[in-house]
Design a protein around this ligand. Structure first.
Ligand code: SF4
Length: 379
């Protein structure tokens, strides 16, 4: 009689939650050692330090996906970030030329906690975007609109942009992407972050009057008049980052009053009133590079996610670094990825029973890639 081997029982997450950080760390390292270069653990800049300590690569969402996709040895990516980032990693790591290089072998992408979403990405559901597109089509020619989505969006929205001649942008190349778009059409529909769209377009001389905000809950035409839409250059989707939305003009004013000579460094996901007052505004990478390049003794108040600001403070004791807001602004969904989830997902993988696999369907991946590849052209 043939011997049938039963698969090991699926691991439960709960027991991991009562383990000490030391034990979790040791077990995480054991799995990393077992897999070697076949496994990449990616840590977004906004992750907690305990998780970052186990990451092979640290970066912003786009850098991480690109780095992972360019590795020829990697077969498993554990993405310590949020859902849309893992989707992008899956699309880039498993694009046709990469699959061919690996003889058809796919890279498995895992998100340690499926509840690690992004509130901003969730503000632009594909059904809402498609309804808005149809709505706009009653007033303006949608053939003359380039849909642009920030990389912080679901794969379905990236695919929508790919399908309609549109493109993806990052916070580093948003201006170049708008310029690319205006060479093709006279209008842009910008998702999901109204602040990044507005702050970028204002620097290009586009006025707030030319940037109506489309509210998917605002009724006909997203709460706009036909005249406002006809006069538009950039139609902004009513979305925002719950972390960067918390920074206020008063925080900038208080720091300037209290600490003469202080420089204000913010992310363009912050509201316009904060961006307008800042000394420097830029992506997460730009924030890091700006601090790294500053002379000792420079005083900064930084408006971005708390974990990154605390890490910069720790890594640059020669500078005086403050968090811009008096209240805690951290990415609560990113924070869901902790050592317990990381260890659990890695040991499930080591058992040959991976959990929380992010697998973007073929058609969505194909259309998203069109928009992502356009983005690469204009970096
Ligand atoms: S910081 Fe904001 S945009 Fe980034 S993942 Fe968190 S909620 Fe989303």
């Amino acid at each position: 009689m043939a011997l049938v081997l039963e698969p090991p029982p699926a691991r439960e997450l709960k027991p991991y939650k009562s383990l000490s950080n030391d034990e979790l760390s040791a077990r995480i390292e054991a799995v990393r050692k077992e897999f070697g270069p076949k496994l990449l653990i990616l840590g977004h800049h906004y992750q907690q330090d305990e998780v970052i300590a186990h990451s092979d690569l640290r970066g912003d969402s786009y850098q991480l996906s690109q780095l992972a996709a360019s590795s020829s040895d990697c077969r498993y990516i554990v993405f310590c970030g949020v859902h849309f980032m893992a989707e992008t990693a899956d699309i880039l790591a498993n694009r046709p030329e990469k699959l061919e290089e690996r003889g058809g072998e796919r890279v498995t992408v895992i998100l340690p906690d499926m509840a690690a979403g992004c509130s901003m990405a969730d503000m632009a559901a594909i059904e809402q975007v498609e309804a808005a597109w149809a709505d706009l089509g009653e007033v303006i020619d949608t053939g003359d609109i380039t849909p642009v989505t920030y990389i912080n969006s679901a794969a379905s929205l990236k695919a929508f942009c790919g399908k309609h001649g549109g493109i993806v942008c990052t916070s580093s190349n948003a201006k170049a992407v708008l310029e690319w778009s205006f060479k093709r059409t006279s209008r842009v529909f910008f998702f999901p972050d109204q602040h990044l769209g507005r702050n970028t377009a204002l620097k290009m001389g586009i006025t707030n009057e030319q940037m109506p905000v489309f509210d998917p809950y605002g009724g006909d035409f997203g709460g706009n008049t036909e005249a406002a839409l006809k006069n538009s250059k950039v139609i902004l989707w009513k979305g925002h980052c719950s972390v960067h939305q918390m920074f206020r003009k008063e925080h900038v004013e208080q720091f300037r009053k209290r600490t003469p000579g202080i420089k204000i460094l913010v992310h363009p996901e912050c509201p316009q009133e904060v961006n307008d007052l800042a000394d420097v505004s830029g992506s997460t990478s730009k924030i890091i590079k700006t601090v790294e390049a500053a002379p000792p003794g420079t005083k900064w108040a930084i408006g971005t996610e708390l974990h990154l600001v605390n890490r910069l403070k720790h890594e640059h004791p020669e500078q005086e670094i403050h968090f811009l807001s008096p209240v805690v602004c951290m990415c609560a969904t990113m924070y869901r990825i902790d050592l317990a989830h990381l260890c659990w997902s890695l040991e499930c993988l080591a058992d040959g029973m991976p959990v929380n696999i992010i697998d973007v369907d073929e058609e969505t991946a194909r259309q998203s890639l069109v928009a992502l590849e356009r983005m690469l052209e204009v970096r």
